[in-house]
Design a protein around this ligand. Structure first.
Ligand SMILES: Cc1cc2nc3c(=O)[nH]c(=O)nc-3n(C[C@H](O)[C@H](O)[C@H](O)COP(=O)(O)OP(=O)(O)OC[C@H]3O[C@@H](n4cnc5c(N)ncnc54)[C@H](O)[C@@H]3O)c2cc1C
Length: 314
């Protein structure tokens, strides 16, 4: 396996549960990965194709809801409110969420006429990723820090039977897949002034707005900048994020800014979960990358499909 982000670790654990012995290679420590900085709330965003996203998302929702019962996993079920400027239709993700209802007028911030209430898993990645690594290691998994220059290094290592490519944005080079591109995301981490409700307005005229309260802080977002590869903090954008989130939740005026964060979502027109033919005498090569803004939302569903592919012919 190559990659120890959310795609790599969920796949590694799913393969272990199916009886495989798994080694994971990673070029960088988990606290430096895109997966570590994600908001990270279950909510299909910027990923396709739609039918598979619905199926992967529904399975992941169920797994994460189960993990929310386990102390120390970093997963909680978070009461949520999606805000709309016109009457919303039933979203495609409603089937996974199951209990979805229109918000009452009392539940809406001023200026809003429509909203949907539901509960989704919120994953605190700085807690959850190390927890996944421990789970993987406890089942005999090995995590090694190696930067490979080409997937052939692992395909031809003489040891691997199957290689799973979970390298996110790096798949653009490693799998020579020019359809992989960055969708830059800028967010602001602030102190939590006592919030427990997650809120989002994806149609805010100044840009997307979302507020995700965590145990010790609160994530405010954020941008979704297509084909932007720079990771410099844009302070004007940060001010705009703060302004639109405070407009929705005025208690955020009391919050202190802790950190500005910029990450690059590994996007692709559709998530790639499939096999590439490598030829006789070589390891098989499976891919699991291109999750865009939904790596946490789709992780366990895609991992399940990788296990099915791995088991299919071997
Ligand atoms: C601001 C922001 C907010 C987000 N919010 C959410 C959210 O609320 N919900 C959600 O579902 N998703 C969210 N996402 C998206 C999510 O973070 C990604 O979809 C997900 O992290 C992708 O995971 P990954 O494992 O594919 O990639 P990564 O986490 O990037 O991991 C890639 C792995 O490949 C390894 N690798 C790369 N090149 C090599 C090499 N040459 N040799 C060895 N190893 C290599 C890396 O070291 C790493 O281990 C957000 C993203 C951003 C930026």
């Amino acid at each position: 396996m190559v990659g120890s982000g959310v795609a790599g670790l969920t796949t590694a654990i799913a393969l272990q549960r199916a009886g495989w012995q798994v080694h994971v290679l990673t070029a960088a420590p988990i606290e430096t990965l895109t997966s570590h900085l994600a908001a990270a709330v279950w909510f299909p965003t910027h990923a396709g194709p739609p039918e598979a996203v619905t199926r992967w998302g529904a399975h992941t929702f169920d797994v994460l809801a189960g993990l929310a019962e386990q102390p120390g996993s970093g997963v909680v079920m978070r009461e949520s409110l999606a805000l709309y400027r016109s009457a919303p239709s039933v979203p495609a993700w409603a089937t996974a969420v199951r209990e979805l209802r229109p918000a009452t007028a009392q539940e809406l911030p001023s200026g809003y006429a429509y909203g949907l209430r539901f509960q989704v898993p919120l994953v605190e990645m700085p807690i959850h990723l190390p927890w996944l690594v421990d789970l993987f290691s406890a089942s005999g998994g090995r995590l090694r820090f190696v930067r490979i220059a080409a997937l052939d290094e692992v395909i031809d290592d003489g040891w691997s039977e199957v290689v799973v490519n979970c390298t996110g944005l790096a798949a653009r080079e490693l799998a020579q897949d020019r359809s992989v591109y960055a969708v830059r995301g800028q967010i602001v981490r602030v102190t939590n002034p006592g919030l427990t409700l997650s809120m989002r307005d994806e149609q805010h005229p100044s840009g997307r707005a979302y507020i995700h309260p965590r145990t010790a802080d609160c994530i405010l977002g954020g941008t979704l900048d297509e084909h932007r590869w720079d990771t410099d903090v844009d302070l004007a954008e940060a001010d705009s994020i703060l302004a639109r989130c405070r407009e929705i939740e005025p208690r955020l005026y009391q919050a202190d800014v802790l950190e500005h964060i910029v990450g690059l979502r590994p996007a692709r027109p559709t998530v790639r979960v499939e096999e590439s033919v490598t030829g006789p005498g070589r390891a098989r090569l499976l891919h699991n990358y291109g999750h865009g803004g939904s790596g946490i939302t789709l992780g366990w569903g895609c991992a399940r499909d990788v296990v099915a592919l791995a088991t299919l012919v071997s």
